[in-house]
Design a protein around this ligand. Structure first.
Ligand code: 5GP
Length: 210
C-alpha cells in the first residue's frame, strides 16, 4: 500500500533547537501529527504524561518491546525510547503526515523498514555555537555540560545518513526551510499519484513507474 502521507524524522544533537523548530512547524501546519514517544526517562519539570512523552517503567517498556509495539526503539543516555507502531499505522492509513523526533539509531531503523521515511538533520551553524548553547542552559553543572557536548558530537557523526540538512542559525530561516521540506515531501510522485487516483488513471500512470 502506498501511503499518501509523509513520514518525517527530525534528528539533531541537543542544543540544535530541534524541539522549538518542530513545535513552530506543528503550529503552522495542522496537517502534521507529532508522534509522542514512550520513554523510561523521568519527566522533567513541566512535562506532562501523554504530551511530551508517554512515561513508563523499564519493565513496562520491555514488555511492550517484546510484544512488538514499537516501530523502533533505542537506548539513549541510559534510558529507553520507542515509537508506537499502532499510532503511526493509524495516522498513515488516514493519509496524515507524521513527524518523529528521534535519535539517529531510531531513524536508521525506520528507514530500513520504511525507505520512504524522510530523515531531516537539524544542525547548529558550528560546533562552537552548539557548545555555547549547551553551556547557556543554566541548570547544568560542568560535568553534565561536557557529557552533553560529547553526546552531541557523537550524534553529529551520523549526519551523512540523513536526506535533508537544515542549519539552524537564524530560526525563521530554518523554520521556512523545514516547511519547504514538508511541502516537497507531499509532492513526491508516489504520494501524489496515490492522492489523485482519478487523474492518475486518466494519465495511465501508476506509482510503480520511475
Ligand atoms: P530527551 O530525553 O532529551 O527528550 O531526548 C533524548 C534523545 O532521545 C533525543 O535525541 C530524542 O530525539 C531521542 N528520542 C526521543 N524519543 C525517541 C524515540 O521514540 N526513539 C528514539 N530512537 N529516540 C528518541
Amino acid at each position: 500500500m502506498t501511503y499518501t502521507g509523509s513520514m518525517l524524522m527530525v534528528v539533531a544533537p541537543s542544543g540544535a533547537g530541534k524541539s522549538s523548530l518542530v513545535n513552530a512547524l506543528l503550529k503552522q501546519d495542522a496537517g502534521i501529527g507529532l508522534s509522542v514517544s514512550f520513554t523510561t526517562r523521568a519527566p522533567r519539570p513541566g512535562e506532562v504524561n501523554g504530551r511530551e512523552y508517554n512515561f513508563l517503567s523499564e519493565a513496562e517498556f520491555l514488555e511492550r518491546k517484546e510484544a512488538g509495539d514499537f516501530l523502533e526503539w533505542a537506548k539513549v543516555h541510559g534510558n529507553y525510547y520507542g515509537t508506537s507502531k499502532s499510532w503511526i499505522e493509524s495516522q498513515m492509513k488516514n493519509g496524515r503526515d507524521v513527524i518523529l523526533e528521534i535519535d539517529w539509531q531510531g531513524a536508521r531503523q525506520v528507514q530500513a523498514i520504511i525507505p520512504e521515511a524522510i530523515w531531516i538533520f537539524i544542525l547548529p551553524p558550528s560546533i562552537q555555537a552548539l557548545e555555547d548553547r549547551l553551556k547557556h542552559r543554566a541548570q547544568d553543572d560542568e560535568a553534565t555540560i561536557q557529557k552533553r557536548v560529547a553526546a552531541a558530537k557523537e550524534e553529529l557523526t551520523h549526519v551523512a545518513e540523513a536526506n535533508y540538512l537544515v542549519i539552524n542559525d537564524d530560526f525563521e530561516t530554518a523554520l521556512a526551510e523545514l516547511n519547504h521540506v514538508v511541502l516537497a515531501s507531499r509532492l513526491r510522485k508516489n504520494s501524489q499519484l496515490a492522492r489523485h487516483q482519478k487523474l492518475a488513471q486518466e494519465l495511465g500512470a501508476t506509482n510503480n513507474q520511475k
